[in-house]
Structures are given as structure tokens and as C-alpha cells.
Design a protein around this ligand. Structure first.
Ligand code: LU0
Ligand code: CA
Ligand code: CA
Ligand code: ZN
Length: 379
């Protein structure tokens, strides 16, 4: 960028959040996100793009990793009594994987039904990070203002994992263009990288032709379950919520894109009931899933109706932890409508579209069987 002659100019540029890499006369070479570049232009400087970081300028409304972290930090600071930003640990490349807790008396572990929302197992599914940020703001910004949300925050402990795959996500936008990347970024040798996090979970791992053992595959499951640091991190957190032999997390949504679907277990088999999933449980999953789909206009079905997946997070959450776990495949419905890269203008409407389903999940978390009228028998 140019037009910056003095140290004061450069300080204003740095103040906009850009990193100053070098200085030549009035020209300053910076590394900046698209949002920062826009801010600098508004200060009256001329910005020319040599090499872009972050999202392509047209999609600056999406949060890259640093912008996501900044938003989480800022929101946590604004709501210290109900929100905490914690950490799941680090990704393969060493990025911190944030873990958000939202509840009243947030510093205490209270005896309240716990809920988990996680996003971004797949790198190019950036809209899911926006979904997680939307939920963070929904529950914090409306606390004490909206009676329904206040009731949920007071009576539940909400866990949000906004970024299961920070390495893949950053790689996907590297250089300011999209790379159509899905997996994580673990090196596999011979120039291959990445395994499919949603095939690396430890229930029926690799059982059923719903994943691949080839490193080149987009659905490479890895040499063993939980081989990816990222799946280990979420597994260890979920296992840490097992207290006195009882899993505290009752219900979960794992956000993906795209196809506009609500999916429930199992993914590894076409059978509607199977070991660990009896008829009442299947009816409960289907009834909740259809209720969610009525609220957001998605299609509801068992996960395997889409195609067989083995080693998915929802199969593991349900079969080993008893968590009522759903996959949401968000907007759009078709590749023509933007596929994995819908324009930033869709973020607001398409995240708000899942407000009702997300709240319903939290409300039913005390006793999911209520949805089929069987709470007297089970809860
Ligand atoms: O992991 C996937 O293949 C998902 C669908 C399953 C959860 C059934 N589709 S995605 O990769 O396109 N998000
Ligand atoms: Ca609480
Ligand atoms: Ca608790
Ligand atoms: Zn996905």
C-alpha cells in the first residue's frame, strides 16, 4: 500500500490491525486480512494486493482463524459471568482449538444438562464456523433480554467448539484463493496430507466401506482411530465430561455443509436399529430430527440414507457416550447455489435459519425421550 510517508502514518496502519513487513518511501508492505485492508483504505491510503491472506476480498464477511479467535476473545470479555473461552488443546500444526462454555455461574460445574455444538471438521465448510460464532452471540448477546434464551443459559451448560480443523481451514484460504480442501493437514509422506476427521472416530472405525485406507483419498480414515490430534482433542474433552460414570453431555450437533440435511445415527449401517440403538431410541432420533427439519426447512433422515460413513463423530457420540448426536448439513442445497463457498451475504440468513433447531436441542437435552412421550419410562 502507498501514501504513508511518516511514522505516524505507519502507526495508523498498524492500528488497523495490519502487520507491517517492510517500508520503502511512502510504500508500506503489509500482511493484512481483507477486513483490515478495507479499514486502511477508509483511512485514506491506497491498497494494492500483491498476495492475499485470509478470505478472498469478496468473502471478507467470513472469519478466518485469527478473526474467529478475536471475536471469541472479545465476546468472552463482554460477557464474563456467562461465557468462558477455554482450549481443547492444539491442532497438528499447533493452532489452539478454542472451547467455549456458556452458562450461568460459568466458573462452576453445575448439575445441569450439557449440550455440545461443534463445527468445521471439514476444512472448506467455512459456513459452519460462522454458525458456531452465531450461536456464541445468540446465547450471550440475548442473555437477560430474551426470556427463552435466558432460561436455556440458566438451566444448561453449553459447550461450543467452533473450529475442529483450524489447519485445514487456514490452508483452504491460503493465498486468498480457495483450495477445495477437506481433510486436516497431517503429513502422510510421499507428498500426501490429511485425513478425514469425520472418518477417524473410534466406533466401527473402517468397518463398512464408508471410508478409505488410501492416503490419497478424500475420505482417508487414518491408520487407526483417533490418529488425528484434532479428533483426540474433542474425544478427550467429551470423555472428561463423564463424571461418576455418567456422561454429562446429553445432546449435540456437528455442523457441516452442504445439502440442507438433518442426519442422525447410525451412519455405518442402513439398519434403522442396531446394537446400542433400540426402537424407542430410533423413534426419538427421528422425531427430534424431523422437528428440527420442520424449523429450518432441511430434509431429515438417518445418516446412512445419504451414504455409508464409518468412523463419524455422531456414531461415536451416540454408541459410546449416549449423546443424542445429529449432523446438520447446512446451506446450500445444491452446488449451483454456491456449494462449499456460498457468498458472505448468506452468512446471516443461513446461520439464523438454525436458531430454532439449536434452541430445541438445548431444551430437549434434559430428556430427549419426551419428544415421543416416553419421559415417564426413561427420565
Ligand atoms: O462426512 C461426510 O461425508 C458428510 C456426511 C456424513 C456426516 C453423513 N458430508 S460432507 O463431508 O459433505 N459434509
Ligand atoms: Ca450454570
Ligand atoms: Ca455440569
Ligand atoms: Zn463435512
Amino acid at each position: 500500500m502507498s501514501g504513508a510517508w511518516t511514522g505516524a502514518d505507519r502507526s495508523r496502519i498498524a492500528g488497523a490491525g495490519a502487520a507491517i513487513d517492510s517500508v520503502q518511501n511512502d510504500r508500506v508492505n503489509i500482511t493484512a486480512t481483507a477486513a483490515e485492508a478495507q479499514r486502511i483504505e477508509r483511512l485514506g491510503y491506497r491498497v494494492t494486493r500483491v498476495r492475499t491472506e485470509g478470505f478472498p476480498a469478496a468473502d471478507a464477511g467470513y472469519h478466518d482463524y485469527a478473526e474467529m479467535m478475536a471475536d471469541l476473545d472479545k465476546t468472552a470479555r463482554a460477557h464474563p459471568t456467562i461465557m468462558r473461552k477455554l482450549s481443547l488443546g492444539k491442532s497438528y500444526e499447533g493452532r489452539d482449538m478454542p472451547l467455549i462454555k456458556i452458562s450461568d455461574n460459568v466458573a462452576k460445574d453445575e448439575d445441569e444438562p450439557e449440550i455440545l455444538y461443534d463445527a468445521h471438521q471439514h476444512a472448506r465448510e467455512h459456513l459452519t464456523v460462522e454458525m458456531a460464532l452465531y450461536l456464541v452471540h445468540l446465547y450471550t448477546d440475548n442473555y437477560g433480554k430474551d426470556a427463552r434464551i435466558t432460561r436455556i443459559v440458566n438451566s444448561r451448560e453449553i459447550w461450543i467448539v467452533p473450529d475442529m480443523n483450524p489447519d485445514g481451514g487456514e490452508y483452504d484460504i491460503k493465498g486468498g484463493t480457495y483450495h477445495n480442501w477437506r481433510k486436516n493437514r497431517q503429513p502422510l509422506g510421499a507428498g500426501y496430507y490429511g485425513l478425514d476427521l469425520n472418518r477417524n472416530w473410534g466406533y466401527k472405525f473402517g468397518c463398512c466401506f464408508g471410508s478409505s485406507n488410501q492416503v490419497s483419498s478424500e475420505i482417508y480414515r487414518g491408520p487407526e482411530a483417533f490418529w488425528a490430534p484434532e479428533t483426540q482433542r474433542l474425544r478427550d474433552f467429551v470423555l472428561s465430561r463423564r463424571i461418576g460414570g455418567k456422561q454429562q453431555i446429553r445432546a449435540a450437533i456437528d455442523f457441516h455443509t452442504y445439502s440442507e440435511l438433518v442426519l442422525w445415527p447410525y451412519g455405518y449401517t442402513n439398519a434403522t436399529t442396531a446394537p446400542g440403538l433400540n426402537a424407542d431410541q430410533q423413534r426419538t432420533f427421528a422425531a427430534l430430527g424431523k422437528m428440527f427439519a420442520r424449523s429450518n426447512g432441511y430434509t431429515a433422515e438417518q445418516s446412512s440414507s445419504l451414504y455409508i460413513t464409518d468412523g463419524s463423530v455422531i456414531d461415536w457420540l451416540w454408541a459410546t457416550q449416549g449423546v443424542w448426536a445429529f449432523t446438520f448439513e447446512m446451506y446450500p442445497a445444491s452446488p449451483e447455489a454456491g456449494g462449499f463457498y456460498p457468498p458472505a451475504s448468506t452468512i446471516a440468513p443461513q446461520t439464523a435459519r438454525n436458531k430454532e433447531a439449536s434452541l430445541l436441542l438445548a431444551e430437549y437435552a434434559d430428556c430427549a425421550y419426551r419428544v415421543i412421550g416416553k419421559q415417564p419410562a426413561y427420565c
